[in-house]
Design a protein around this ligand. Structure first.
Ligand SMILES: Nc1ncnc2c1ncn2[C@@H]1O[C@H](COP(=O)(O)OP(=O)(O)OP(=O)(O)O)[C@@H](O)[C@H]1O
Ligand SMILES: [Mg+2]
Length: 395
């Protein structure tokens, strides 16, 4: 007998498992003895036992006789193929006709046909090819799985990016629309400022002006300046962001002015108490003042709205700094934010306020402004207890 090369089968530390099915005991035993040198071999004379042997022993390859009294080999291969498509099937046959071979191979159930009397070299060679074929099929299956996973990750990525793009588009549209409105606000504002200046001139000539009127005039004047700056900053940003001049801004001053404005607006009718703990040594931040006015005004407005039905109406504002950052902490004793809303509060148009009261843009604009200063904003909230925001800017 000529010696065949089975080096990679012999060297494989895990022996492949082969199941032999033949009704003739003699053939079964002689084949077993031949193959046992290379493989772990299982045998049965009963084709109906095949499924349970495969289940128990994790068989890699099946070799079956074609002519058996209980079931033909091709029939067995077809049955096994449905249950275990990955097992390689080889049929041994003494007198199969051409049609049997063609049908079985075409249906893809059988890897190969070998005629009896069996040429051992041919059988070993076929087994080797069959096992390699099985390994290749497993490899392809695994690669398909990896590809499917990669595909799924890519789909999720595309979905995430699409929703981000939609969000940006929405914001861009709002931005375009707002920029033109803001631009048009300039002319009625100039009329108001002129009117205000005439009133101020008139008042400066009087000696008996009530001190509260003077405070009111100051607040109106500050608001006009703030509006003018806001309009200027938006219209200039639309043209060219680099044209907007940055100045050192004191966050403590921004906060104090806003509290004064809100107290003036509500005249204490809402019973809200502002508690402040401002860091006397807080460094200034280089930026556009109106941006900080807007950020903290949006956050304070939200805090005020949240207190509407609260018994205790406190808003605590703290400023502090560390080696690398300048921070503001704003806490309210308001209604709080439900857990399933907390991830949405910075989304475009997300609001829980009634129509006309909230547009759902305040926090989005606030976050974008904070981001433009490489800052961060974090939120913590408990329903019924209150909400706190921490805003930090790099020093
Ligand atoms: N301090 C807070 N307490 C409770 N809920 C809050 C607080 N801040 C924000 N929220 C929730 O987040 C939502 C979004 O806030 P955001 O400021 O973006 O929009 P808005 O206040 O509804 O409308 P606007 O555009 O007028 O600011 C609010 O509708 C509210 O549900
Ligand atoms: Mg708001």
């Amino acid at each position: 007998m000529q010696n065949i090369k089975l080096s990679n089968i012999e060297n494989d530390p895990i022996k492949a498992k082969i199941l032999l099915v033949d009704d003739e005991e003699l053939i079964l035993n002689s084949l077993k003895m031949t193959l046992e040198r290379y493989f772990t071999v299982f045998t049965t004379q009963d084709p109906t036992e095949v499924s349970s042997i495969i289940d128990e022993n994790d068989i890699d390859l099946l070799i079956s006789d074609e002519m058996m009294p209980k079931m033909r080999g091709c029939e067995l291969a077809e049955k096994i193929h449905h249950e275990y498509p990955d097992i390689t099937k080889i049929i041994l046959s003494g007198n199969s006709n051409k049609n049997d071979i063609i049908r079985a191979v075409n249906q893809g159930h059988i890897f190969s046909f070998i005629f009896k009397p069996v040429d051992v070299n041919q059988l070993l060679q076929t087994i080797k090819q069959g096992l390699e074929y099985r390994k290749m099929k497993e490899k392809i299956k695994f690669q398909n799985l990896v590809l499917e996973n990669k595909n799924e990750t890519l789909i999720q990525d595309v979905l995430k990016k699409t929703s981000k793009i939609n969000e940006m588009e929405k914001f861009y549209e709002i931005g375009k629309f707002s920029a033109s409105i803001v631009h048009n606000l300039n002319s009625p504002l100039q009329t108001l400022i002129t009117g205000y200046q005439l009133l101020e001139d008139e008042m400066n000539q009087k000696t008996d002006v009530h001190p509260q009127i003077k405070t009111i005039m100051k607040i109106i004047n500050d608001s006009f300046i703030s509006m003018e700056e806001m309009i200027k900053s938006i219209t200039t940003t639309v043209r060219n962001a680099s044209l907007v001049k940055k100045i050192p801004v004191s966050l403590n001053e921004v906060i104090a002015n806003l509290i004064e404005k809100f107290n003036f607006k509500f005249q204490n009718s809402n019973n809200i108490e502002f508690i402040t703990e401002l860091d006397g040594n807080l460094p200034n931040i280089l930026g556009i003042k109106v941006h900080f006015d807007q950020m903290f005004s949006n956050l304070l407005k939200n805090a005020i709205d949240s207190l509407e039905s609260s018994k205790e109406k406190f808003i605590t504002i703290k400023s502090f700094h560390s080696k690398n950052s300048i921070c503001v902490y704003i806490e309210d004793t308001g209604c709080g934010i439900p857990e399933n809303n907390i991830d949405k509060i910075f989304d475009t148009g997300f609001t829980t306020k009634e129509f006309g009261k909230g547009s759902g843009l305040g926090l989005l604009i606030t976050k974008q402004m904070i981001n433009s200063y490489q800052g961060t904003i974090t939120v913590q909230s408990e329903v019924g207890k209150g909400t706190s925001f921490v805003i930090c800017f790099p020093k």
